[in-house]
Write a protein that binds this ligand. Structure first.
Ligand SMILES: Cc1cc2nc3c(=O)[nH]c(=O)nc-3n(C[C@H](O)[C@H](O)[C@H](O)COP(=O)(O)OP(=O)(O)OC[C@H]3O[C@@H](n4cnc5c(N)ncnc54)[C@H](O)[C@@H]3O)c2cc1C
Length: 410
């Protein structure tokens, strides 16, 4: 594309949401360019560990999934968006599998060769059913790998090292300006999909706190969209992951997967007492940890940071080997065996719950400007459940790509 290029659909961001939007817009027949701040692989989605939710258990349904989302959001989520999220979850999983993402299944001992067992489902915080699909504890890596292969094998153009700096209306479409290593570049598009994630890395820097996020999670795109006139909601609602690694120092900023608690780990105070429901909604579990430390019942790390204990010794070795191999490797590499001793943990900044207001087609309040993934608000209200972010990226990324292609055509 030349320095002043023109395209049907411009996608900004190469996480799960942007990749899903790009793939979907290409299959709807649009000419697509995907711009991203650094490389295709640099994003939060690739770091996601625990899993992705979908009501696939025999005792489950999209309605039960939606009830759990509302309860965890304290009724602040957008009902229409949640209904889309939970209803389309099973087909999103089927689509990812078609693209090559192999979710962990139970092995069928003695079954005919090639026969696969059912999905290995876990219960995550705030959920009434086991609903979390996993690829070990590197689910985001597996999902983005499959989406990236599809994106790269298709007709979309990738614009790496393009940082969005400004957006303005141009006729029926949009003009975007990017900072690149070779200077400013502009791209005109019939429709734009913003999929540039949240801002927790930058926010943690401002607050002097730790974050699980990739350094590219700086949030300027939300401001750019708001400057162009888009509406946002719940931007003040940032989520702490209850279980940041507190010690050793090399694990600070690592999020100990919530699946540790799905498979039996519990939170303990300095006296060895369980002080909260370890599988409650994230905001409640994080607050319980803050309160326990505030009340003087926490422990201190060797470098003087506050912490409580996560008793991972209650996880069976077989569950850990299947669902937590990466966590085991990381901690054992740092000299601690989570199956023999509890981990020190404290909440860390993790997720931007709010974002740009969208409708069920993922269109913002501005025509032809779409948003999906962490940059969009409403689906989780003010408190997201684990496993619903990757799901939101895929469900609304696909919707955004298809709707943007249609918009560009019209
Ligand atoms: C450690 C960790 C573990 C997690 N575990 C889970 C989990 O198990 N399950 C779950 O559902 N969720 C999990 N999450 C949350 C989830 O991964 C993210 O919220 C989600 O993947 C966000 O996807 P996204 O595509 O919206 O944004 P991202 O994946 O963050 O991608 C944003 C993209 O936009 C680009 N970008 C940013 N600004 C600009 C700009 N100005 N110009 C151009 N490009 C820009 C970035 O470089 C990046 O490519 C986890 C998050 C982290 C950090």
């Amino acid at each position: 594309m030349p320095r002043e290029g023109s395209i049907d659909v411009l996608v900004v961001g190469s996480g799960a949401a942007g990749l899903a939007a790009s793939v979907s817009a290409v299959s709807a027949g649009a000419r697509v360019a995907l711009a991203t701040k650094t490389t295709l692989q640099a994003n939060n989605s690739s770091k996601a560990q625990g899993g992705i939710q979908a009501a696939l258990g025999a005792d489950d349904s999209p309605d039960l999934h939606a009830d759990d989302v509302f309860r965890s959001s304290h009724d602040s989520a957008d009902r229409e968006l949640v209904s889309v999220l939970t209803t389309e979850a099973p087909s999103a999983i089927a689509w990812l599998e078609e693209l090559g993402c192999a979710f962990t299944r139970h092995s069928v001992i003695g079954g005919p060769s090639g026969r696969r067992g059912g999905y290995r489902l876990a219960r995550c915080g705030g959920a009434s059913r086991k609903r979390l699909l996993q690829v070990g504890d590197r689910t985001g890596h597996a999902i983005t790998k499959a989406l990236r292969a599809q994106h790269e094998g298709g007709d979309a153009e990738t614009l790496a090292h393009h940082r969005l700096e400004a957006l303005e209306r141009r006729g029926a479409g949009w003009r975007a300006s990017f900072a690149t290593p070779d200077g400013v570049r502009t791209v005109s598009a019939g429709a734009v999909v913003l999929a540039s994630g949240g801002r927790c890395y930058a926010e943690a820097g401002l607050r002097g706190e730790l974050s699980t996020n990739h350094p590219n999670a700086t949030g300027e795109t939300t401001r750019i969209a708001c400057d162009a006139g888009a509406e946002a909601r719940d931007l003040d609602a940032l989520q702490y992951h209850p279980n940041g690694g507190a010690w050793p120092a090399t694990m600070q900023g690592y999020s100990i997967p919530e699946t540790t608690r799905s498979y039996g780990a519990v939170l303990l105070n300095a006296d060895g007492e369980e002080f909260t429901d370890s599988l409650g909604p994230r905001d409640e579990v994080s607050q319980a940890i803050f309160d326990e430390v505030e009340a003087g019942r926490g422990v201190a790390t060797a470098d003087g940071r506050p912490a409580v204990l996560l008793d991972t010794t209650r996880i069976s070795a077989s569950d850990a080997e299947v669902s937590l191999p990466y966590m085991l490797r990381r901690y054992r590499g740092a000299g601690i065996d989570p199956l023999s001793e509890p981990l020190l943990t404290y909440p860390v900044l993790h997720y931007q719950n709010g974002g740009l207001v969208i409708d069920t087609r993922a269109e913002t309040t501005l025509e032809g400007l779409f948003a999906c993934g962490e940059i969009a608000g409403g689906t989780h209200g003010r408190n997201r459940m684990m496993g619903n972010s990757l799901l939101e990226c895929v469900v609304f990324g696909r919707r955004a790509g298809a709707a943007a292609a249609e918009q560009a055509r019209s």
